[in-house]
Design a protein. Structure first.
Length: 172
């Protein structure tokens, strides 16, 4: 019974977090503010310490900022298709998880060392037609704490739903 209550409480917190993120996304048309709101809210949702988000461009996935333990750090980086976790998302359109970043062959090791990344979860932001619009990436530092796996309720692509005039964020 205690496990059921704990699971129910977690699901309620997740639903409240999703609602709060959706409300923030509907409060502005500024793309940078939208991405910032998405990553800050989602960091809490998945229990990560840091992360970034960015948009898909013809050159690849582009990021401007990295959020680390409440601090915003500059990160001007472009992952071309196939390069790093965001570049992998362009080709596969499904989340990518690694809980051993320095041994993972897909992740960019220089960025792991720069930001002290131990585990990473990268998720695509998909449009209504499953086109890749951008990405979000969540990380933990070298504390040995793993991020949720693909089977967990907190690991899903973000999908922008066009059913109403406002933007909605929902798990697929």
């Amino acid at each position: 019974m205690l496990v059921d209550l704990a699971q129910s409480d977690r699901e309620e917190l997740d639903a409240q977090s999703l609602l709060r993120i959706s409300q923030q996304l509907n409060s502005t048309l500024d793309t940078d503010l939208l991405l910032d709101s998405l990553i800050v809210g989602a960091l809490q949702l998945v229990g990560a310490e840091s992360g970034c988000s960015g948009l898909y461009t013809p050159e690849g996935m582009v990021c401007r900022r990295y959020f680390q333990s409440g601090t915003v750090l500059p990160l001007e980086y472009c992952w071309p298709p196939g390069h790093g976790l965001p570049g992998w998302l362009i080709e596969h359109k499904v989340p990518y998880l690694t809980n051993d970043a320095l041994s993972d062959t897909q992740i960019v090791h220089e960025l792991c060392e720069q930001f002290g990344v131990w585990s990473a979860l990268s998720t695509p932001i998909l449009g209504a037609g499953d086109e890749v619009l951008g990405f979000s990436k969540f990380t933990t530092k070298k504390t040995g704490r793993a991020l949720p796996g693909p089977i967990g309720t907190n690991c899903w692509p973000f999908r922008i739903r066009p059913q109403s005039p406002c933007r909605m964020l929902s798990p697929t």
